[in-house]
Design a protein around this ligand. Structure first.
Ligand SMILES: [Mg+2]
Length: 323
């Protein structure tokens, strides 16, 4: 099918099979060599390349997770990025993705091609082939993606943090929430903040290095630093001291929001950075930048926030509410 036919067409005006052909063509164009038989048959046929696989799935629903109109290319990138981030948090190597779309009849075909271009582009950047999926009509648009990855024997779990481990985080925290709030307020947003929200980078390479370095536990930040570190603590039956003055905030977020930038860092979520716990000596071997933000303890009180003098900040609800 020629591109010109698609311009200005809506989903209800195009033959379903033509659209599927077009999307399959794009997937093949972007895909690597690891797949035996990808899109276009009843199933994808895959060659196993490791003893263990990891699998994860995530769904984005219109008006729940995103609001139209929006940049479909970036939406596609983020829809796959959140799954790649989960694979990264296990130390896996992303391999394959299945994409299911629920589409309304009045959607522009070109918008769906943009969405797919976004999905395929971040897939290629991370070695993840799009090997198939499903299209269906729907009153509400949704994007559901399932990703599988290879795992070299050991994976990074949430439940293996040990007392004395450093608590570390990649990149910056709170930038996504700051960027989202500025975007929704219609403000001029510094690129580092809008990108953090709209185009997060899954920490795939870092996750694989953490497995080899002897990292004990890891999780990616979707709910927020405080809650996600809390998940490690409860799964590992440990506690954590977190030093608030060590959180890696973006200067741009602090300039715009002052102390509230710290609130976004703790509770904002969607940063898709990795929180990991690791013995100090193993942390020294890591080749990428990270921040040490705390320590695992034998406490059973979950995450304890400490100020710059090491004093406990008791009123966590105060932190939660001052935003
Ligand atoms: Mg996760």
């Amino acid at each position: 099918m020629h591109h010109a036919i698609i311009l200005g067409m809506k989903i209800r005006e195009i033959n379903e099979f033509e659209l599927i052909d077009k999307l399959n063509e794009m997937c093949r164009e972007y895909s690597g060599i690891g797949t035996v038989l990808a899109v276009g048959d009843d199933c994808a046929v895959l060659k196993s390349t490791s003893d263990y696989s990891v699998m994860t799935t995530d769904t984005l629903v219109e008006n729940v997770h995103y609001i139209l109109p929006c940049d479909r290319y970036l939406l596609g990138r983020k829809a796959l990025a959140v799954n790649l981030s989960d694979v990264a948090a296990m130390g896996g190597i992303p391999r394959h993705a299945l994409v299911s779309l629920g589409l309304k009849g009045d959607t522009e075909v070109e918008d769906i091609l943009s969405l797919y271009r976004g999905i395929c582009s971040i897939g290629r950047e991370n070695g993840c082939d799009i090997i198939g999926g499903n299209l269906t009509g729907s009153a509400t648009e949704f994007i559901s993606i399932t990703v599988s990855g290879d795992c070299s024997g050991r994976s990074l779990r949430r439940n293996e943090a040990q007392e004395g481990d450093l608590v570390c985080v990649t990149g910056h925290v709170g930038a996504a929430a700051a960027g989202m709030n500025m975007l929704f307020a219609g403000e001029d947003v510094p690129a580092v903040l809008s990108n953090a929200f709209q185009d997060p980078v899954p920490r795939v390479r870092e996750g694989q290095e953490l497995v080899k370095a002897g990292c004990h536990a890891a999780i990616d930040i979707s709910d927020g630093l405080f809650d996600d570190l809390g998940h490690i603590c409860s799964a590992s039956r440990k506690g954590a001291d977190m030093y608030l003055d060590r959180l890696p905030l973006r200067d741009e977020a602090v300039q715009r929001y002052g102390e509230k930038a710290l609130h976004y860092a703790l509770y904002g979520g969607e940063d898709y950075e990795l929180i990991f716990t690791i013995p100090e000596n193993d942390a020294k071997k890591l080749s990428f930048d990270y921040s040490v933000i705390g320590k695992i303890t034998d406490s059973h009180e979950g995450v304890i926030l400490l100020d710059k003098d090491g004093k406990e900040i008791k009123d966590q609800t105060g932190w939660r509410h001052f935003g």
